[in-house]
Design a protein. Sequence first.
Length: 331
Amino acid sequence: MKAMVLGAGLGSRLDPLTRSVPKPMVPVVGKPVLGHILDHLRQIGVRDVIVNAQYLHGVLAEKIGDGSAYGVNVTLAVESELCGDAGGLKRVQSFFDDGSNEPFLVIGGDDLTDIDLEALVQFHRDRDAVATMPVKRVVDTSQFGIAVVGEDGLVQRFQEKPKPDEAFSNLANTGMYVFSPEVFQHIPEGQFYGVGNNVLPDLLSKGLRVAAMETTRYWMDVGNVTVYRQAQRDVIDGLVHSELPAGARRVGDCIVCAGAIVDGIIEDHTVVGRNAVIEAGATVRNSILWDGAIVKSGTTLENCIVGEGVTVSSSHTIFGGIIVEGNRPTI
């Protein structure tokens, strides 16, 4: 089975974290979100993955390489301009045209999840569907596509991001899909096209089978800074089953990645990235240090994010700070 990871978005809701890295490469407990996704795909036997990219695609290519570090083969497809999730899928149709007629997976590049993808694929096969998505009950429907699902697991109605008082369901589309190759017949070439806005309504209007598997497993769209902070704690607390990066170790309720030096104090779900340094006399609480960050002696950080290679030195306590490289690379 093959898979596609959607990685071309600008990640504007994660600004300023995405000033220097594209959204899929923002680290969660020292590993890019994309790395967590690739690990998940490898665990169910997926070996060939295509990732579409545009914004800071050179950074993504440099950091993820050919995927061998995650045990998969990664192909990077660079978009000259954004064309939507379905439009991006259409552009790489040839990747899936291998004559097998096998279904394939599509996952958002900012999805942190342990949803049972094997069960999802089997659910899709059992219902002979063109498209299948995991759905999860939510309180606020305004950020999601909403589905009404029959007892047979087939979608009866679909509504993209309705206002709460207009929603006819609270079953949210997680933005992950299993598609049969037939779906390409329903995506036009050369135009901006969305799965939720266009493909799913079109399939339903034609009477084609769209399935939805309800899940209670962990799923988080790591799409803004508040959620990003929460995702670190959720991984540390074991709320999502996800592999720590190689060489990482637990220190109390904190994570210290390979090569990091911690001579100061770390507390309360702090993540210390690879080769980061916390000098003696520094204190870091509930904070996220990216790879190579340095916290100098005498500095106290609480609820902070320190970007890759950034040095922080202060005689005052910094609360809730985001200290990152502000210049966007041109690649």
